[in-house]
Design a protein around this ligand. Structure first.
Ligand SMILES: [Zn+2]
Ligand SMILES: [Zn+2]
Length: 784
């Protein structure tokens, strides 16, 4: 029998989000409570602990640690080995030791925790109303990091040496700020300043003055965790007009920060699961349907029937909503990225003054340097609780995507041009950079290069392989081709989307739906409605939506009625075409003639199989959008309307698309899904004012929008069945920007499961182009 009093020594290696979140102190407290000796230490990529004591006490350690784990810590992996006992008197937290390994874990930025929040508003506390209160469970992390491992010296908190009181907390193992690298207070920490647009300091308490100014309709540039926001009270229509005009943002919705749950409930419809997600430590923006009876002024914030809301996630934000003895008239504020159109968000005060003075009346900023730019993360949840990332940034970077097996190479992936986010893979880790933006903008391109440079030096890796998109016109591709990295591969866009899902689920082979707006096809045409057999080293195009013309190329994307015309032209006689497009949709006769000729002769009309563009065409036919003012405007409005009349029931597994005006052509090559009949049906139903019709125009439009979604879901289901028939594979991956559409997911995914497919969707990265670099990393050339 084993002697439970026998002295043993165990060596633990922990991986996950465990640096900078109070993990070592927890190990310390846990070990001490069990009477164990030894040490705990951060190493580059992990936390290592050696524990020594009686076998029985050692045996209790894992469960006890699990019990005491701080909320912000996430343990991905724990390894334990027995090693020979040493002479030990105490348990110690040792200084970090730098060792070469894969990726050192840097924690993501964390929203203010309940304990700090309570202290912030407690008059007796020495940090009462201190705008930079933090602890081991909350505060900035990734955005202030300069080097690894995560210690005060390697962050911008190095500018603020701790005062004796803070140091006492920092060194006391019993204190909740023990080893809190961001620890500071009124006497030693960062400070806040409020200045006018001309740079002159505003007298008085900066927060009190800011609150008053916001209430007065002023726009304030506020420095946050990963960059500046522009804040304003949306009840003031003049302010909103000014904001839209000066920010050149005609209709694109703004995000709101809401005071608390009560306010969130007043503005939006949400359930408990949405609420849980809103108040996670990542504190994302969640897109939710507008509540019935939501205030009318919200129309100026968002015209889509949905609203992106978030909670105050820093102490400074909280103080803007709750400040003692100050009357605060607003309960929600627009909080939109502080940037110029198309550019990255501003991170430095000087830059803010240089760029935002046309928009902002005042600047509320601090002297804690932002070293890594992050935007607010944006998400949606399906009814089933599936999380869909629209933008992955603050709160999620730099969490790693962990693979079971190891990558053979150190791989850098450039991503795609829209919503760019590069990635880096090494060992069993894939690091996905935060959302960077559209590389069309030169400053964003500079940011892209900077981010790559910074992450390579932070992680001290030198990639030997570079992967990029096949699109020859992409800036990211051109950049990649210039780099001096020995091995380079171009990966097809829609294949990369599916590879990204495969990486998240460790799959080697799937059939997949890869639906988005635009991607360069391997035949040189524009793809975007693809049914692919996907493997690590390549793909086969089994099917796609029937290609159609984009008259005027980019102009068609901007004016989607042109796409609708291209889709309807074949099925209608010239007089019918004229009656429909000129009389009903207001196209000039001359324009119709010109466009028709362009389509017939193929002049400046590239072909596309993009499902995103079919959504655009449908939204134009329902008169939801004329000139597109932001990416996805038509589809977002189309979905918003349809969701309003959706009963929550998924498609039946037996659903057929031919009942819904969609046909499938199967010849020698890939099958083709033809939506022309569906769009004709939409146009004709929309324009017919049948006698005795009782539904209002709005109801009819919503019903048609829902019918459109159902038809597309049925078409996707049909395509999936055909792929399975051909390949005998029933593991199906689903990706691409079209799957930001919650309604499509809710209609389609349960029907796929019910039809016997194993369905794989994204869990921790966006289905859009912001996740594509993960797939590029996962690509494995055939000869390896
Ligand atoms: Zn805290
Ligand atoms: Zn202090």
């Amino acid at each position: 029998m084993k002697n439970t009093e026998q002295i043993e020594r165990h060596r633990y290696v922990f991986k996950g989000v465990i640096q900078g979140v109070g993990f070592r102190p927890t190990v310390y407290r846990c070990a001490v409570s069990l009477g164990l000796k030894g040490f705990v230490r951060n190493e580059r990529s992990e936390v290592v602990a050696e524990l020594q004591g009686p076998a029985a006490a050692l045996g209790r350690f894992p469960a006890a640690l699990q019990e005491m784990l701080p909320p912000a810590a996430v343990l991905d992996r724990t390894e334990c080995a027995s090693i020979p006992p040493l002479k030990e008197q105490t348990f110690r937290i040792l200084e970090s030791k730098a060792t070469a390994f894969s990726f050192p874990p840097i924690p993501p930025d964390l929203a203010i925790c309940p304990d700090c929040r309570a202290e912030l508003f407690s008059e007796e506390n020495r940090r009462y109303l201190y705008p930079f209160i933090t602890c081991t469970q909350c505060g900035p992390r990734y955005s202030i990091v300069e080097d690894t491992p995560f210690d005060r010296d390697t962050t911008s908190m190095v500018d603020f040496p701790q005062c004796p009181d803070c140091l006492a907390e920092y060194t006391d193992p019993e204190d909740r700020r023990f080893h809190s690298q961001t620890n500071s207070c009124w006497s030693c920490g960062p400070t806040l300043e409020l200045r006018g647009a001309d740079g002159t300091a505003v007298e008085g308490d900066p927060i009190m003055e800011a609150v008053a100014a916001l209430g007065d309709g002023k726009i304030i540039a506020i420095q946050g965790i990963g960059g500046f926001h522009l804040a304003a009270d949306p009840r003031n229509s003049e302010t909103m007009n000014r904001m839209r005009r000066d920010k050149e943002r005609e209709r694109k919705p703004f995000a709101l920060m809401v005071a608390d749950r009560q306010e969130a409930e007043r503005l939006c419809r949400f359930n408990e699961q949405d609420w849980e997600q809103l108040k996670t430590t990542a504190s994302p923006i969640l897109i939710l349907p507008l509540a019935d009876g939501a205030p009318a002024h919200l129309q100026a914030v968002s015209h889509t029937g949905t609203l992106g809301i978030m909670l105050p996630y820093t102490p400074l934000h909280l103080l803007l909503f709750h400040y003692p003895d100050v009357e605060i008239t607003y309960r929600h504020l627009v909080m939109t990225s502080g940037n110029l159109k198309g550019e990255p968000i501003v991170t430095e005060p000087e830059e803010a003054f240089a760029k935002l003075t046309d928009v902002a009346d005042l600047f509320l900023f601090h002297n804690r340097r932002i070293l890594f730019r992050t935007d607010d993360s944006v998400q949606r949840l399906t009814r089933g609780g599936q999380r869909i990332f629209l933008r992955r940034s603050r709160g999620y970077v730099p969490r790693l995507i962990q693979l079971q097996g190891a990558l053979k190479r150190t791989v850098l992936a450039a991503g795609a041009d829209l919503k760019n986010a590069p990635a880096l893979g090494r060992g069993s880790d894939i690091y996905l950079a935060p959302y960077i933006g559209d590389l069309e903008d030169p400053l964003t391109r500079r940011d892209f290069e900077r981010q790559i440079h910074k992450i390579l030096s932070l992680y001290e890796v030198k990639p030997d392989t570079l992967v990029y998109d096949l699109h020859p016109g992409y800036h990211s591709t051109r950049w990649a081709l210039e780099q001096k990295i020995p091995r380079k591969f171009g990966v097809q866009h829609h294949h990369a989307h599916l590879l990204a899902v495969m990486a998240e689920h460790q799959l080697e082979e799937v059939i997949g739906l890869s639906f988005d707006g635009t991607g360069y096809g391997s035949d040189g045409t524009i793809w975007g409605g693809e049914f692919l057999l996907s493997r690590r080293d390549g793909f086969q195009r089994l099917g796609h939506f029937r290609p159609f013309a984009l008259p005027g190329a980019e102009a068609a994307v901007l004016h989607p009625l042109r796409i609708a015309l291209a889709l309807l032209k074949d099925g209608l006689k010239p007089q019918e075409l004229e009656r429909l497009f000129c009389r009903q949709y207001g196209l000039a006769e001359q324009q119709l003639a010109t466009l028709s000729e362009m389509i017939d002769k193929g002049v400046n009309t590239p072909l596309s199989s993009s499902l995103g563009r079919i959504f655009d065409a449908a939204s134009a036919l329902l008169k939801l959008v004329d000139t597109v003012s932001y990416e996805g405007e038509g589809p977002i409005r189309l979905e918003g309307l349809a969701l309003d009349v959706f009963d929550g029931k998924p498609l039946r597994a037996s659903a057929s698309c031919s009942d819904r005006h969609v046909t499938v052509e199967q010849g020698q090559g890939p099958f083709m899904i033809d939506c022309r009949g569906l769009l004709r049906y939409l146009a004709e139903s929309f324009c017919s004012g049948a006698e005795g019709e009782t539904a209002t125009a709005a109801e009819k439009t919503a019903a048609l929008a829902l019918e459109f979604h159902k038809a597309i879901a049925a078409a996707a289901l049909e395509g999936a069945r055909r792929m399975r028939q051909e390949t005998r594979i029933s593991q199906i991956a689903v990706s691409g920007g079209v799957f930001q559409n919650v309604l499509l997911s809710e209609l389609l995914l349960p029907a796929l499961t019910e039809s016997g497919f194993q369905v794989y969707t994204h869990r921790n990265i966006p289905p859009g182009d912001g996740g594509i670099a993960v797939g590029q990393v996962y690509f494995l050339p055939g000869n390896e």
